[in-house]
Design a protein around this ligand. Structure first.
Ligand code: PSV
Ligand code: MN
Length: 424
């Protein structure tokens, strides 16, 4: 199905008066409102192709109905999201979960929906049919050079696919690690990973970036070979200027100060990509901002501070992506909620009075600094985010419009009840 401008207008018309009242109020309160709207309009958050179906846990997967069964249908789903919010203008593919048979056709479909291709992701955490050597004991860190070679070649193939699609970055996340003490020689595992990544790096086009994603634990429970931002940064520094760390919010040990990590990675000019999700325990893959919205705001506060310090553009300086896929909600609604939560946190962080904060810090004014941050966080910026959407031709209330148009029902009619999206 497709959403037309006429649908958006019919949704917005009965809501515009109420919106204008709320927006006029916030406009009178926030002098920089126009600048915030402009930033929001530029800010696009890529959608992962694997979040369009219902996620699973290791205890089961309850497939939703009308899931996208093909890459084309996944692209169409992201097209629907983008039509509703004008903020999800890119899709991130995971290969070989996504099979690209005809890159030209796939590219044409995406651009007809206003979409581009974000980072391509390799997958050496599962064995595929017809794969010669197993990744049971890891991939790029493997003790056997033949397994490493196979995994390197897969990443090179993914880069080549990405080039055809117009992607500009490769994300490498490894499920390489160990579950029992003594299983691995840490130093050799790390060095094997480095030399494998060096071979991959050598194939990166000039204008590409390599994102090295870390994760504290899971699927391995004693050690992960790229387990934290220190290990990722070490690799990125050794690899060279096109290599960066990627922060996934769910990949830290409990209570980690992610905003501090982000700040220091940006200080080094080595933060490259971002995976949004939320969690109470670890890699729960819940809707962004659903559990710890203040943390999300504090992270954005550091992102803005660090990006401005480097002179990097907010919209294009980093690869912004959602990485969440859970078991409960309609995945498209979940993604709409995530995008909105991210925009809210971003808008609130744009409202932080940075010069006042600097002065408070210089005077060790602890109370004042807290007041400044919380003043921004407690501002209801929803009318600003809605106004940005309105000006971009999107829906005032995307989730409401999704429900009113009965989009899932129409997708089920088109695709049937039993289509299953590839992914975890
Ligand atoms: C791993 O947990 C991860 O965050 C990586 O980004 C993967 O590529 C993605 O999830 C999908 O499994
Ligand atoms: Mn991730």
């Amino acid at each position: 199905m497709k959403i037309h401008n006429q649908d958006i207008e019919s949704h917005n018309a009965p809501r515009i008066a109420k919106h204008q009242r709320a927006f006029q109020y916030i406009r009178s309160e926030v002098p920089e409102v126009e600048a915030v709207i402009e930033r929001l309009q530029q800010f696009q958050i890529a959608i992962p192709s694997w979040a369009l179906g219902t996620g699973g846990t290791r205890f089961g997967r309850f497939s939703g109905k009308g899931e996208p069964g093909t890459l084309e249908q996944k692209i169409e789903d992201v097209g629907l999201l983008h039509a509703l919010n004008q903020s999800s203008g890119a899709i991130s593919l995971h290969i070989p979960w996504d099979n690209v048979d005809d890159a030209t056709k796939v590219k044409e479909l995406a651009s007809s929906l206003g979409l581009s291709f974000d980072a391509v992701n390799s997958n050496t955490f599962q064995d595929q049919d017809a794969q010669e050597l197993s990744y049971k004991f890891g991939s790029l860190h493997h003790v056997d050079p033949a397994v490493r070679k196979q995994a390197v070649q897969h990443n090179i193939d993914v880069i080549n696919r990405g080039i055809e699609l117009g992607s500009k970055s490769l994300t490498v996340w490894l499920a390489d690690g160990s579950s029992f003490p003594g299983q691995l020689n840490f130093r050799e595992a790390f060095q094997n990973t480095l030399s494998s990544l060096q071979e991959i790096y050598a194939h990166l086009p000039e204008d590409w970036k390599l994102f090295v994603e870390y994760k504290a634990f899971e699927p391995f429970f004693y050690s992960m070979t790229i387990g934290d931002w220190g290990q990722s940064l070490l690799l990125a520094n050794k690899l060279g200027p096109k290599a960066y760390t990627l922060v996934d919010l769910g990949h830290h040990l409990p209570n980690a100060n992610i905003e501090q990590i982000v700040s220091l990675l940006l200080m080094e000019g080595k933060l490259g990509g971002f995976h949004f999700n939320d969690s109470k325990y670890s890699d729960d893959d819940l809707t962004a901002g659903s559990i710890k919205p203040y943390q999300l705001f504090l992270i954005f506060n550091e992102l803005i501070d660090g990006l401005d310090h480097l002179g990097w553009d907010h919209a294009t300086g980093l690869g912004w992506m959602i990485d969440a896929s859970h078991n409960m909600k309609d995945p498209l609604v979940d993604l709409l909620q995530s995008v909105e939560a991210i925009q809210i946190a971003y808008a609130q962080a744009l409202l932080v009075n940075r010069s006042a904060l600097k002065q408070a810090q210089a005077k060790n004014d602890v109370v004042g600094a807290q007041e400044i941050l919380q003043d921004a966080f407690r501002t209801d910026v929803r009318p600003i985010v809605a106004e940005a959407r309105l000006r971009s031709g999107a829906a005032l209330q995307p989730v409401r419009m999704f429900n009113d148009l009965e989009i899932r029902k129409r997708l089920i009619e088109e695709r049937g009840e039993n289509t299953v999206a590839t992914g975890l």
